[in-house]
Design a protein around this ligand. Structure first.
Ligand SMILES: [Zn+2]
Length: 322
């Protein structure tokens, strides 16, 4: 899908991007990237690539091991840029994309004017990834990843008994996924517009970073104004907390998932967004699935006063104008 989007950009000279971010090494994020980069006919170029591979993670430890995307980025024949934004000239290995321990989240301004503020990962999350690198790589095997497969939620037959408040209140279990925690999450701002791109980052890391950003900006008691929030971890229950939503002034919520395998987005997350996501929030889905179609039910939309957007029939993805 990405390849055809890039091809539609026309002349190869237009296929130059300021930045490519691979948030973390989970299969659902990295699997599409390897064939994309292996396709030379696309003529796509990037001025920088942000990715925390083994060397970035292992400087929190003292072990050595490589893996595919790191190898590809290190291939001298391709001379790809890698974490240039944070690496001092002359360093042997690119530095990690990581939050500083004692300073506010850093902001990077791209030449075209896009400002990116790093909200995840912290050193703790990368340290954990370093410690469990082998284990995490094993979990990348699809067969093993399927072990975490859950049951699909039961269809809703009676909307009068569908208790959104109870779903929103349900206790949040901590996301124990080491790979998710290592996600690069970015607050992207351009002109007066802002979007939070969370990858699969942990809710508590986002909460701490957003508070630190607002403190550094002298807006400690104000909500962070966003035009859109891409829900973390495909709208899973533990990634979208009431505490996180309370820090945001936002009306657009983006769900990136076809619902396969893990049945995302979770109903708890959607319930929290509908009830705690500001006045008349809109839920945007990049797929229409038998599971997420639930949120389009007129009975629910009327009762809770929110909007939904799905891709047009036969179309892949949707464009959100901020
Ligand atoms: Zn994911």
């Amino acid at each position: 899908m990405l390849a055809s989007r890039i091809e539609s950009l026309g002349a190869p000279s237009e296929r130059l991007f300021e930045l490519f971010v691979l948030t973390h090494i989970d299969a659902d994020h990295i699997n599409g990237v390897l064939p994309l980069f292996a396709n030379p006919s696309l003529n796509v170029r990037f001025e920088d690539i942000w990715f925390n591979g083994w060397h970035q993670v292992s400087q929190f430890l003292s072990v050595k091991q490589g893996e595919d995307f790191s190898k590809l980025l290190e291939d001298p024949a391709r001379s790809l840029p890698w974490n240039l934004a944070v690496t001092p000239k002359g360093e042997k290995y690119p530095a990690p994309i990581v939050l500083p321990s004692d300073n506010p989240p850093p902001t990077f301004e791209l030449p075209g004017g896009l400002r990116l503020t790093l909200l995840s990962p912290g050193a703790d999350q990368l340290k954990r990834l370093g410690r469990e690198w082998r284990q995490v790589l094993l979990q990348l095997e699809p067969g093993k990843a399927m072990l975490g497969r859950r049951r699909p939620p039961a269809p809703v037959t009676d909307f009068a008994k569908f208790d959104l408040e109870a779903l929103a209140r349900s206790p949040v279990t901590k996301d124990m996924s080491v790979a998710n925690g290592s996600s690069i999450a970015l607050l992207a701002e351009f002109d007066e517009h802002a979007i939070l791109l969370t990858g699969d980052a942990h809710a508590e890391v986002l909460v701490n970073s957003i508070k630190a950003v607002q403190r550094a900006r002298g807006l400690e008691n104000e909500k962070l104004k966003l035009d859109a929030l891409k829900l973390s971890h495909h709208g899973s229950a533990n990634a979208t907390t009431v505490e996180l939503l309370a820090l945001l002034d936002c009306q657009r919520y983006l769900v990136s998932s076809n619902g396969n395998i893990f049945y995302h987005p979770d109903r708890e997350a959607m319930a929290r967004v509908i009830l705690n996501g500001g006045k008349r929030p809109t839920l945007y889905f990049n797929y229409r699935s038998p599971l997420n179609e639930l949120w389009d039910a007129p009975a629910l939309r009327a009762r809770y006063d929110y909007h939904t957007e799905y891709p047009a029939d036969g179309q892949a993805g949707l464009r959100v104008v901020l």
